[in-house]
Design a binder for this molecule. Structure first.
Ligand code: FES
Length: 392
């Protein structure tokens, strides 16, 4: 470790937020999935004993918040065992699921094991668009799972990823959430990593679409009052200052991929020069405090101008490293979402293309469930390298 890395390593607090991506297997084929596009080429999944060791080591370091995701975490038949161990260790446990694989016996077992929270995803308010965007027939099943979540006394938490193809349905999506008894709804505009990056030209909405959706959400909030909390996550590309992604890499967030690779953010596998450790070979303490990957972006020695001398670096940490890499080819650059970045034009040009596309006559989704230009997440089309040709 060089001297700068060592200095920042010492200042790192504990990994408060642990995300276990238990599997890349998923019955859905979402066009906006953030999983790596080459997921089919990663190694075998960790065994139950490995996940349990990770939980124990992370908890001993001070991790308190646990997310279980994937892929679809319900594809693992040891999910209940993992939840029971996490509960015994004192984690607050959130299951992030499409609902596929959730049955009454399973939710009963998960409740008994100590699962605290379930976040259920929908793709849209209509069966047609939900099933088209995920390339599956899952709409009715999700509605049934929502009923199970209510019946087992969990807070009803829905997540819907927004983009050009469904953002005009926000009113209907919120009405669906109300009918399902949702207490929390996250309207999360697509973040452009992984499969979403591949499909960015088809998914980025126009500013007019975004403003309409915000207005509809505001009016809905006023009508329902405190009965439903609605989080509307604005797409980065429409901002002029970047998000404090992961609160800075190596600050609080630790993700473990299905093959045991430890990641300072869920998309970091693609960042060149990161020596990503694996929990099969190293314990969580040495991964978090000593590894090159987790120290690489701690502190500000790595920053270039304009971030290095910018007073806002203490609150946004230069923005998102993955976005900087995808858009500019250099993860040390300022996130181009920032209008102080010399690369900000890459973002405004992408938005301008989205404006032109939104103004063009809409192409109807093909009845086959495929659409021109959209790439659906799929093992068979898992794509090794796609970054260069998509960069603009
Ligand atoms: Fe990797 Fe933002 S998604 S740093």
């Amino acid at each position: 470790m060089n001297a700068a890395v060592a200095r920042f390593a010492k200042t790192a607090g504990p990994p408060l937020w642990l995300l276990l991506e238990l599997t890349y297997r998923c019955p859905l084929h979402c066009v906006f999935c953030y999983n790596p596009t080459d997921f089919a080429n990663t190694g075998p999944e960790l065994a139950t004993a490995d996940w349990i060791r990770v939980l124990r080591e992370a908890r001993a370091l001070g991790a308190v918040q646990l997310g279980l995701s994937g892929g679809e975490p319900l594809a693992r038949d040891d999910l209940e065992e993992i939840v029971a161990e996490a509960h015994a260790l004192g984690f607050y446990i959130n299951l992030i699921t499409s609902g596929v694989g959730m049955t009454e016996p399973r939710i009963k077992a998960l409740k008994a094991a100590g699962l605290d929270h379930i976040q259920l995803s929908f793709q849209d308010s209509t069966r047609e668009m939900n099933d088209f965007l995920s390339s599956t027939r899952t709409f009715e099943l999700k509605a049934k799972v929502a009923g199970l979540i209510r019946a087992y006394d969990y807070p009803m938490v829905l997540n819907v990823v927004l983009h050009r193809l469904n953002i005009d349905h926000v009113g209907e999506i919120l009405a669906m959430a109300e009918a399902l008894g949702a207490q929390y709804v996250e309207l999360a505009n697509t973040q452009y990593y992984g499969w979403a990056w591949l499909n960015r030209e088809q998914l980025l909405p126009s500013r007019a679409q975004l403003q309409r959706a915000e207005a509809v959400t505001r009016a809905f909030r006023e009508r329902v009052g405190g009965q439903m909390q609605i989080y509307f996550v604005v797409p980065d590309y429409f901002e002029t200052r970047p998000k404090a992604c992961m609160n800075g890499l190596g600050s609080v967030f630790l993700a473990i991929a299905p093959d045991g690779t430890a990641l300072p953010c869920h998309a970091a596998r693609m960042l060149p020069g990161l020596e990503l450790p694996n929990v099969r070979e190293a314990d969580i303490g040495s991964i978090w405090y000593d590894s090159q990957a987790f120290n690489r972006f701690r502190g500000d020695d790595w920053m270039k101008e304009p971030c290095r001398s910018c007073p806002e670096k203490v609150k946004d940490f230069g923005g998102c490293r993955c976005q900087a890499y995808l858009l500019t080819g250099d993860a040390d650059n300022a996130d181009p979402v920032c209008d102080l970045s010399p690369h900000h034009g890459l973002v405004t040009e992408a938005v301008a293309r989205a404006e032109r596309a939104a103004a063009a006559p809409a192409a109807a989704p093909a009845p086959s469930g495929r659409a021109p230009g959209l790439t659906f997440r799929d093992h068979r089309v898992s794509i090794p390298v796609v970054i260069e040709e998509k960069r603009t």
